[in-house]
Structure formats: C-alpha cells, structure tokens
Ligand binder design. Structure first.
Ligand code: ADP
Ligand code: MG
Length: 742
C-alpha cells in the first residue's frame, strides 16, 4: 500500500512498465537471398496437406486415403502404416520429436497428450518410430475429461481416432515441435465424448438430406453437400502487467469489479480506427503462425470497444473451420503473451462496453462430378430453377430454426454469454431470423400467392430473386441486432459466444436443417404424387413453409423492449439465462431431432446437458470465490486503510481545535464500507443457500438468480468505493487504465 507515497503501488509500477514497452519485432520467412517470402509460399508449411500427401505417398495409397476422407470412413491399417511412415519422415525433417492426438473434449478447448517418437529396435538401440495404429488411434487416460455420466469410472477408458478430413499439423513452441493429429474422442463403447464427433455426424446427415432434396428437384449430379463456415473471432487485448494485478481476469476471464471510466466506447473512435502499433505487431505474428498452420486468416480490425479487436478467416468446410478456430484461439493466447498482452476471449470482460461474439457465417456448398463444384446453395441464382432451389433451401433453414430455436439457444448458452445476450449491445436471447427487406418482400408476395400457377418460370422471374445478389451485396444495413441474419449468400449466427467452440452450435444448425430438408422432400413428393408438376410443387411448398415459419422472422430492432413483448405474443422463447436455456437440450423435440438424425443418442444428448450445466455451476462458483477473496483481501483492507487515514486526520484537526474538511469524506467512507460489508454478507448467505440445494439444476438456477444478483450488488458497492477513494489506495488496475493504456 502506497499510503501517501504516490506512485509506489504495484498498479502504478505496472503503468510505468507498460509505457516503456515497444512493439516486438520478429523475423519473417525469407528465401536464401534474404528476400521476403510471399504468404502463398509458406501458407500451410506446418501441415501435412494435400500437396505433401500427393508428393510423398505412393499413388494408390494417396488415392485410397482421398476416397476414405471423402467417404468419411476409417482408414485400414495397411494404408495407415504407409501414411504414418510418410508423415514421420516429413515431421522428422522439421525437427519434430513428439506426436499427439489433438482433440476437443467438452471443455470448450483442446486436449493433447504427447508421446515421443523414440522406441527401441531389436538390439536395444533407440530409433524413431511411428506406426499406422499410432496414427489412427490412441488411448489417453480419459477419466478426467467431462463425460456427463457417459462413462462410469470403471470403464474410464476413452480413445481418440484420427479424423483424416482435417490435416495433420506441427505445433511449434519455444523449445520443440509437436506433430498434432486432429482426432475425435469416443468412449470405450463408441459414444461421443467430444465436440467433433457430433459435428462430423451432423455434416454427414445434412449432406444426405440435402442431396436427396436436390436430386428430387432435378439436380442429380450433386454427390455431396458440405456445410461451410467462416468464423469471425472477437477478442480483447489487455497488457499482462495489468492482468497480473487482477485476480478476477486471471481466474474468471472477466472483471468482477471496476468502475466505469469517464469515456467508454461512446465516442466511437476505436471501431475500424488505426490499429495501435504494439497490437499491429502482435497481429502480424499471430497471422504468420496461423498461415504456417494453414489457417486462411483474411480480415483484421479494431472492434467497437476500446482494446477490442477481430480476426476472421476465409470460410472452409465446417469441421476444418472448427479446428482452425480452435487453433486461432490457441495462437491468439500464445502469441499475445510474447507481446506482453493477455488475450481475453470471454464474452464480457468489461461491464459497460461491448462484449465479444463469434459470428458463425454458415452456408452449404455442393460437390460431385458434373455438378457446379463448390456452388453455394444460399446464393440466389440466375435462372428460374436456381431461384426456386434457393427459395427451397431458404425455407428449409427457416423451418429448422423455427422448430429448434430452443436447442439453438441452448447451444450458445454459457455463463459468459449470459452477460452478452439480451444486453443492449448483442443479439437478444430470443432466436429469430432476419432476412432483409428485399427477401422479405419476395417471401411476402409468395405468401400472398402472387407467384403460383402453371407458368412457374414467369412467376419466379417476376419475383426478382435473380436480382437479389446485387441488392444484397450493397445492403449494408443488415440487421446487427438479430441473432441469426441472412447476409446475402449465407446466414450469420451472431449469438455464438467468443470463447465457445463453434462445434455444437453448428452441429445443431446442421441437424435442424437436415431434418427440415427431409420434411421438405417429403412434402414435395406428396405434392408431386398428387399430380402437381415439379416447379409448381416447389413454389407451393415454399409458400406453405413461409407462412408456417412467419413467427420467427423479425426485421425490427432486436434490442427493443417492444420486440420482447411482440416475441412473447408470437410464442417465441426468451430464455435469458443458461440454466433454463440448457434444459432445452433435453426437450422432446431436441431429443427427437438429434437421435432421429443420428447425430447424438438420447444418452449422449443428456450427458451433454449435464456437462454444460456442470460447467456453468463451476464457472459461477469460481466467480463467487474470486469476488469474495478480492473483497476480503484487497478491497476492504484498502478501504480500511483510507478510512483510517481520514479518521486520523480528522482526529488531528479536532485535537488542534481546527475544522476538519475531511469529516464528510470520512462519513461517506464509513457508510460505504458498512454497506459493502452488508452486501458481502448477503452474497454469502445467498451462496450458502445455493450450495445446500440438492440437484444440479436447482443449484444452477440459484446461481443464475439470487447469487448473481447479490454478486452484481456487491460489485456496485465496490465500484462506489472506487469512485471516492484516493487513487493511490485503490489496489486494482482501473478500467480507464486497462482499456486505454497500452
Ligand atoms: P462481415 O461484414 O460480417 O465482417 P465478411 O464479408 O467479412 O462479413 O465475411 C464474414 C465471414 O463470412 C468470412 O469468414 C467469410 O469467409 C464468410 N463467408 C463468406 N461466404 C461464406 C459461405 N458461403 N459460407 C460460409 N461462410 C462464408
Ligand atoms: Mg459479421
């Protein structure tokens, strides 16, 4: 404690340390002559990608591997041995010593257990060895990963299996390199214990249902439909020296206390502004690492809040995009530390300024010999047929979101996202779809029956779907208050939280749309069996579904109070907090969807609900514990210190027989400290009550309700104290410092 000695506290030392920093310089890749390489020359150099496979594998092995990947099958051991051999050679050339199965347990991040290549040969000499079976399967000790009751401890073994659709890569660290094998993680009985298995299953079923639908409407060349995903990642960058003095940021990723600075984001001077030089240096290094890993990062810019930024890649197949987002988060963390920053991926690190999301841009692309390779199913077409197909796919998405809005809401539920959804800055917790003015007009006129009858070609042309692409491209006012918005040729699921894996939200979306497409195919078949011609049947089904799904379409301001009322009238769910949202995972319709589509069995789904509820509870317990410690060991003692000084000064004045100008400040401090102590006790008793509840569901609800309310009140008390205490006494870096000094 400085106690009168200005500038000696840890907080001020941190500020001085930060101001002495300069941007970190790194060496970019060059050729032998020292000329800088282009990105295209080192992109993916740390991956065993298609090019490496082609170059290093015998032709027939390469072809077999390719067809295994395409069919989503398991690799047979003989081929695996040859592939493993090539991968080993490639890795050893790069100085790699270890390998690991890299997988995504239900913790939101990734897991890896490293093994060295070393082995003994017959003569007890050390050699490097990597076999096919080591490539395709591994058995980590899985007992400490969340399984939600999926796995009893006596059969705690789980295994990981290579997902060959995502390239093997090399992760570089300061003193070594590790070969990472992207894998799925299953229980001994084959139940999904991770995020990837369900995602891959959902991609398969979506492909199957979409292909059926496309064949039915005459696009018979389509062999596969692949969901595509482009993930915009928002994050905060805060100097490490500040973070080190914030137990809340260290423990929970968000600030649990902190008074508002005089200036937040209201000047709007940060968004798209010039990037600060230390941050720019960080971004360049982060992107270099990602390029080497084959992650096609494209966009970087400042975000709305001070010290908030965004990075976004070019979209890819959904499962690869999910892996690449995990890598992005990992590289963000690692590289930020080298630049003396800490990246904060939490959805709401700072109260009063914008939180962070992870906008998931999603669409579907077709492939197959003779098809329009890579064609986007949500791209409004040029011909009447393409327009009809677009409309059919569009209403399938509407149907999926309408039927499974509850599950989609559950898929984005987390303790962090609770602070973002529904706040006056982020999409509301009500799941609705924004289509934009032009598309709404088209659906409205279809609804009114203005495009029906025998001459469908003429009717469709009249609708003007073919003009959509041009209109949508410069349609810049797309609704930022919508959780799920059509943005020209894709949907943007904007409600996903910044720290979350996009895997489960996308899994649910894929499954819901797959189910809807199966329904649409069924209805089309029935119409055609009743004698309608194909295009007429399509228009009629589009019209029916447009009418049936009208309740989820909303073009207005999603932040407004009117929308909350309107949504209630329409019968839409408004699940504000995670515990109630998570219950949607086990609703009748969610179970039916996930097991019906073969994505998650009931047991797998229920276990997922447990895992998420458990994680929610743990996160809140950590928050409660952290704010208790901060109040007891930092804030109250600081308050007592300042109070003591004022009391001493007042006493001295009185003893000297002069007026004490500090008297009012002393009185104010006394009352603030008393109210802080009271709030501290109230949190304690709310917490004790929550702890005593019998079930996880009750506990979660109590933590989301009374405990969170008490925490927020306690925080207000702390912030009131911060606002009046002499600056030198305040132990924690302040908002104005963390957000504006770098
Ligand atoms: P914004 O204005 O929201 O930043 P961008 O044009 O930068 O929009 O695109 C956001 C993301 O959408 C990018 O990752 C981009 O690759 C992705 N995207 C574009 N087309 C598709 C598609 N067909 N499927 C999935 N994602 C897509
Ligand atoms: Mg966006």
């Amino acid at each position: 404690m400085a106690n009168g000695e200005w500038g000696s506290s840890a907080r001020f030392q941190a500020i001085r340390e930060i101001q002495a920093r300069s941007p970190r310089k790194i060496a970019f890749p060059t050729d032998e002559a020292g000329r800088p390489l282009r990105i295209s020359e080192y992109f993916g150099q740390n991956t065993f990608n298609l090019e490496q496979m082609k170059r290093r594998l015998p032709k027939e092995v390469f072809q077999k591997l390719q067809s295994t990947i395409e069919a989503g099958k398991k690799l047979d051991l003989e081929i695996a041995n040859t592939v493993a051999q090539s991968i080993k050679e490639w890795a050893l050339e790069r100085g790699v010593t270890h390998f690991c199965h890299w997988f995504q347990p239900q913790t939101g991040s990734t897991a890896e257990k490293h093994d060295a290549f070393v082995s003994f040969d017959g003569q007890q000499r050390v050699i490097e060895k990597f076999s096919g079976s080591q490539l395709i399967q591994s058995e980590p000790d899985a007992s400490s990963f969340p399984s939600g009751g999926m796995r009893t401890t006596f059969e705690a073994r789980g295994y990981t299996a290579w997902d060959p659709s995502s390239p093997v890569f090399v992760m570089e660290s300061t003193n070594g390199k590790t070969l990472c094998i992207p894998s799925v993680f299953l229980s001994y009985h084959g139940d999904a214990l991770d995020e990837k298995t369900a995602l891959i299953r959902s991609m398969e079923v979506l492909s199957e249902k979409a292909r059926d639908l496309l064949h039915l409407i005459g696009d018979s060349a389509v062999a596969r439909v692949t969901p595509t995903l482009g993930v915009e990642q928002e994050y905060f960058l805060i100097d490490r020296a500040f973070v080190a003095h914030r137990p809340d940021l260290i423990m929970t990723g968000r600030s649990l206390v902190g008074g508002q600075p005089p200036k937040g984001q209201q000047l709007e001077d940060h968004y798209f502004g010039s990037i600060p030089s230390r941050v720019q240096a960080f971004m360049s290094e982060m992107e270099l690492e990602l390029y080497k890993l084959g992650v096609p990062v494209k966009t970087r810019h400042n975000e709305v809040a001070p010290s908030q930024f965004e990075t976004a890649p070019i979209f890819e197949e959904a499962n690869v995009a999910v892996d690449h987002n995990q890598l992005t988060m990992e590289v963000l963390r690692k590289v930020s530390l080298r630049h003396q920053f800490q990246v904060l991926l939490h959805e709401k690190p700072f109260a009063g300024v914008n939180g962070s999301g992870k906008h998931c841009n999603w669409s579907m692309g077709v492939s197959g010999p003779g098809s329009d390779e890579g064609e986007n199913l949500l791209e409004p077409g040029r011909t009447p047929h393409e327009n009809l197909r677009f409309l059919l796919v569009l209403v399938s998405v509407l149907r999926g979101v309408q039927k499974h809005g509850g599950l989609l809401r559950a898929a984005i539920a987390s303790s962090g996202n609770d602070h973002r959804l529904g706040a006056n800055e982020a999409p509301p917790a009500i799941i609705s779809v924004f289509l934009g003015e032009q598309l709404t007009r088209i659906l409205d006129s279809i609804e009114r029956g203005e495009a029906s009858g025998k001459n469908t070609d003429a009717a469709v042309l009249k609708l003007g779907v073919n003009k959509l692409p041009e209109v949508m491209k410069d349609n810049t006012d797309r609704n930022r208050t919508s959780p799920f918005a059509f943005t020209g040729n894709k949907f943007e699921f904007r409600a996903v939280g910044s720290s979350a894996s996009p895997a489960f939200p996308v899994t649910v979306l894929n499954s819901a749309v797959a189910e809807a497409m199966a329904e649409v195919s069924g209805r089309l078949r029935a119409e055609m069996a009743a004698g309608k011609d194909r295009d007429e049947a399509i228009l009629d089904v589009v019209r029916e579904i447009a009418i049936e799904t009208k309740a989820i379409r909303f073009e207005g301001n999603g932040y407004s109070e009117e929308w909350v009322k309107e949504a209630e009238k329409r019968g839409l769910l408004n699940l504000r907090k995670s515990p109630e949202a998570l219950l949607q995972m086990v609703s009748e319709s969610s179970r039916k969807l996930m097991s019906g589509m073969g994505v998650l069995s009931e047991a797998e789904l229920v276990s997922r609900c447990h895992v998420r509820t458990e994680r929610y509870i743990k996160n809140l317990l950590i928050e409660v514990d952290t704010i208790r410690q901060m109040v007891d060991t930092q804030i109250l003692p600081a308050g007592f210190g300042y109070h003591g000084r004022l009391a001493g000064e007042v006493a001295a004045c009185r003893a000297a027989g002069v007026d004490a100008p500090q008297a009012e400040a002393l009185q104010k401090m006394t009352s603030l400290l008393n109210s802080l102590k009271l709030k501290r006790e109230e949190l304690e008793s709310a917490f004790q009550r929550a702890e005593s509840l019998a079930t996880e569901e009750e506990k979660a609800a109590a933590l989301a309700g009374p405990v969170s309310t008490r925490m927020a009140e306690l925080r207000r008390s702390c912030d009131d104290l911060e606002a009046v205490m002499a600056d030198e006494y305040w132990p924690l870096p302040k908002y104005r410092e963390m957000l504006f000094i770098s």
